[in-house]
Write a protein that binds this ligand. Structure first.
Ligand code: GDD
Ligand code: MN
Length: 374
């Protein structure tokens, strides 16, 4: 039997769901030669070990274990590129996607009439009641409407995580996919140049079996980041844009704290019209520390959500490293601005150059020193 279908299961902490998934795939795909590629981001619950244990008994189950990486999209892309099968599917490993839909999607593609088939939660005949997440249904509805506007492709559920396509279509454009976030189908739709003939299959979206959702907290945020990445990501890299935006918010925080501290020394302020130098130093120092901490927390939650530091000690070390990084960034900032003023620049553009330089420095260094492997 020649291999007809590769199924990619991206996983993060899905140990309890894997064995059941493979059994259901086996039952649904009787008579079809298939393989499963579990792409696991080194889950702490030992999902990859479980996948290998299953694979020893059933060689159709293969594992890609990624170290130091996170992300549903990039995991799906790597999995799809790792199969020899002519057709490849991606689905949740948590039993929310019914494997019984696979044969129908496969025949749609093998018939040659369609390039891509996907299961929709919102098509005629689909349902999301069993999911038990009306909040997510709402968020998806909103995201879907924006996505349709952006891609110009009218689908009822471009955010779906359950789809299938000819693997050569994927490989042809894999290098152009953004790979950021979770909206892999949307990414494919927005990237592939040739118009795709798409088959939509309604699905009854089930509740997750074991474990918990990884996409809960930041679905809408991730979606917006994904859109940005697609549009402007090539001009100003997404992470830097986030880092810069948070930095700008940090300036606002800084000013607010400074005003508060100066307010505490209000009496002197009113008499002399200038705060005493000690008041200013106290204010400026407190403000800088608060603003840097604010930036650290936000960058940890958003810019580096995929590498988020957790736990007291990692957070503390990360925070100290971030402060150090910013200290050096400030030196670069002041050094460059001063040098420019010395050679006759107007102070304001010089200050801007200093700020940009300092930010690039902070970004470059903290991506390695705080959130990377140093
Ligand atoms: N390798 C890897 N890395 N896998 C991941 C990661 C990651 O960072 N994050 C999530 N996954 C895996 C999960 O283990 C699961 O098998 C699948 O990707 C989907 O994640 P869920 O945590 O189950 O997402 P969900 O069910 O809340 O979200 C559903 O709706 C989204 C659109 O709103 C899913 O159907 C998504 O596929 C869909 O995009
Ligand atoms: Mn799920």
């Amino acid at each position: 039997m020649t291999l007809r279908l590769g199924i990619v299961l991206p996983t993060y902490n899905e140990r309890g769901n894997l064995r059941g998934m493979v059994e259901r795939l086996d039952a649904a795909l009787a008579g079809i030669a298939w393989e499963v590629i579990v792409v696991d981001d080194n889950s702490p619950d030992g999902t990859a070990d479980e996948a290998r244990a299953i694979g020893r008994e059933d060689p159709r189950v293969r594992v890609i274990q990624r170290i130091g990486r996170r992300g549903l999209s990039s995991a799906a892309i790597e999995g799809m590129c790792a199969t020899a099968a002519p057709v490849v599917a991606v689905m949740d490993a948590d039993h929310q996607h019914d494997p019984a839909l696979l044969p129908g999607m496969l025949s749609a593609i093998e018939s040659g009439d369609y390039d891509l088939a996907y299961a929709s939660r919102f098509a005629e005949g689909a349902s999301t009641e069993a999911w038990g997440r009306p909040d997510r249904v709402k968020a998806s509805g909103l995201a879907n409407r924006i996505a349709n506007k952006v891609t110009g492709v009218e689908l009822t559920d471009p955010m779906s995580g359950y789809f299938m396509l000819r693997s050569e279509v994927l490989r042809a454009d894999a290098h152009r996919l953004s790979g950021v976030g979770f909206k892999i189908l949307l990414d494919i739709l927005a990237t592939v140049e040739q118009p795709l003939r798409i088959k939509e299959v309604p699905m009854h979206f089930a509740a997750r079996a074991d474990g918990e959702s990884k996409l809960d907290r930041t679905v809408v945020f991730e979606f917006l980041v994904g859109l940005y990445d697609k549009w402007l990501g090539r001009i100003i890299p997404t992470r830097f844009a986030l880092f810069g935006t948070i930095g700008a918010l940090g300036v606002v925080v800084h000013m607010a704290v400074l005003a508060m501290v100066l307010g505490l020394f209000g009496a002197e302020f009113a008499v002399s019209h200038y705060p005493k130098e000690t008041a200013f130093i106290a204010g400026q120092t407190t403000a800088a520390l608060v603003a840097m901490t604010f930036n650290f927390v936000l960058n940890n939650e958003l810019t580096y959500a995929d590498k988020r530091l957790r736990g007291f000690l990692p957070l503390l070390t990360g925070w100290v490293r971030f402060l150090l990084t910013c200290a050096f960034g400030l030196l670069a900032n002041i050094g460059a601005a001063t040098a420019l003023v010395r050679i006759g620049f107007n102070p304001y553009p010089a200050a801007i150059v200093g700020i940009v330089l300092g930010s690039v420095w902070n970004f470059a260094l903290s991506s390695k020193f705080v959130w990377g492997k140093y």
